[in-house]
Design a protein around this ligand. Structure first.
Ligand code: UT7
Length: 345
């Protein structure tokens, strides 16, 4: 018989400590490509203005990966930093999960390419696709493997080269996105701080709102699919915006409820960095004080699955987050998909 979870929370879905296993983030790292693309440069590409982009999105500039720099390169660099901080060697990693919607290739997985690049010879590796919500999906899956005693050290990476699926002639979308990667090492650390809970959700009935239709089995690459821009991001911005605010609010509240934690006790809220107005609206609905909210989308734009991982790394390295602080991550993406996680750092 499986013993009841020992937990300091009444709600068993807050899995602080299951049979003596606690999942801690022992390392975090990120990597941003060097090339900065400013709003003023985009003004020369499409009919837009720095003023429109700043007021409607909050993005000032974003990073663009080099031609010979792929999602696996960005992910491997972020992973190397996370592994260093965790004080482990690549050999000690049991599993690599790469959350991405811009894999190097349809197959093999980007996770396998990262495994080769960092030399994690013992690790199993797979990609997961939950668009911008992928990093929290990855955290939850990684946590489950550790809680179930299958693995002791899991590398979760969010990595994107969104510039390759961006239509640089479409002003509705090209101003929004950027390239980058963030990574964490999850390890079993008994009686330590850790990942308190993660919430995941999806609604496939709204799949049409945000998509890249070309390149899959439904619309394989043809001369016509390429000439009609089927391989680029298509988004119904206003509808997506509404669902993003609602889903992020609900996911965050569910995660806090499971852990019996009031929002005022959260030191740092790290939301998906898609649009400053979405972040502000979610903040108002959750009752978040401005000093609790972490925002870096002015520098990087929307880096999809990498977004909250990069922000987490910056919040830690800048001293915004100290050991013992409570953190709330909340994300939203195509699918639709969403998620939230509460972490005791
Ligand atoms: O990461 C996944 C989740 N992603 C999101 O959650 C993104 C959600 N959506 C959004 O962030 C916003 O909807 C956008 C930033 C994409 C657009 O903002 P909006 O306030 O919803 O603008 P809109 O699409 O309703 O467009 C308003 C006007 C339109 O002109 P008309 O039709 O009113 O004449 C657009 O053509 O703004 C125009 N517009 C632009 N003008 C200058 C759209 N893009 C631009 C642009 N520059 N870049």
């Amino acid at each position: 018989m499986i013993p009841a979870p020992s937990s300091r929370f009444k709600n068993p879905r807050a899995r602080y400590n299951f049979q003596g296993r606690t999942v801690s983030i022992t390392g975090v790292g990120s990597y941003l490509p060097a090339r900065v693309l400013t709003n003023h440069e985009i003004e020369k590409m499409v009919d837009t203005s720095d003023e429109w982009i700043m007021t409607r999105t909050g993005v000032k500039e974003r990073r663009i990966a080099a031609k010979d720099e792929f999602t696996s390169d960005l992910g491997a660099k972020a992973a190397g930093r996370a592994i260093k901080m965790a004080g482990v060697t690549a050999d000690q990693i049991d599993l690599i999960i790469v959350a991405t919607c811009t894999p190097d290739m349809l197959f093999p997985s980007t996770a396998c390419l990262v495994q080769q690049k960092i030399g994690a010879r013992r690790a199993a590796a797979f990609d997961l696709e939950a668009a911008c919500a992928g990093f929290i999906y990855g955290l939850e899956i990684g946590q489950q493997f550790i809680m179930s005693r299958t693995y002791d050290a899991v590398l979760v990476i969010g990595a994107e080269k969104i510039s390759t699926i961006t239509n640089w002639k479409d002003r509705n979308t090209c101003v929004l996105f950027g390239d980058g990667a963030g990574a964490v090492v999850l390890q079993n650390r008994p009686q330590s701080h850790g990942l308190l809970t993660a919430v995941m959700g999806a609604d496939g009935t709204k799949a049409e709102l945000l998509k890249v239709p070309g390149g899959g089995s439904r619309c394989p690459a043809t001369a016509e699919s390429v000439s009609t821009d089927q391989h680029y991001v298509q988004m119904e911005g206003k509808e997506t915006f509404k669902h993003a605010v609602q889903a992020m609010q609900t996911a965050a509240q569910e995660a806090l409820r499971r852990c019996e934690i009031d929002i005022t006790k959260i030191k740092c809220v790290i939301p998906h960095q898609a649009n400053r107005r979405i972040i502000d609206a979610v903040g108002v609905r959750l009752g978040v004080r401005p000093d609790q909210m972490f925002v870096n989308l002015d520098k990087y734009g929307n880096t999809s699955a990498a977004s909250v991982a990069i922000a987490l790394d910056e919040a830690v390295s800048s001293g915004r987050i100290q050991r013992g602080d409570l953190i709330l991550l909340v994300v939203f993406g195509a699918g639709l998909t969403w998620g939230a996680a509460v972490i005791e750092w």
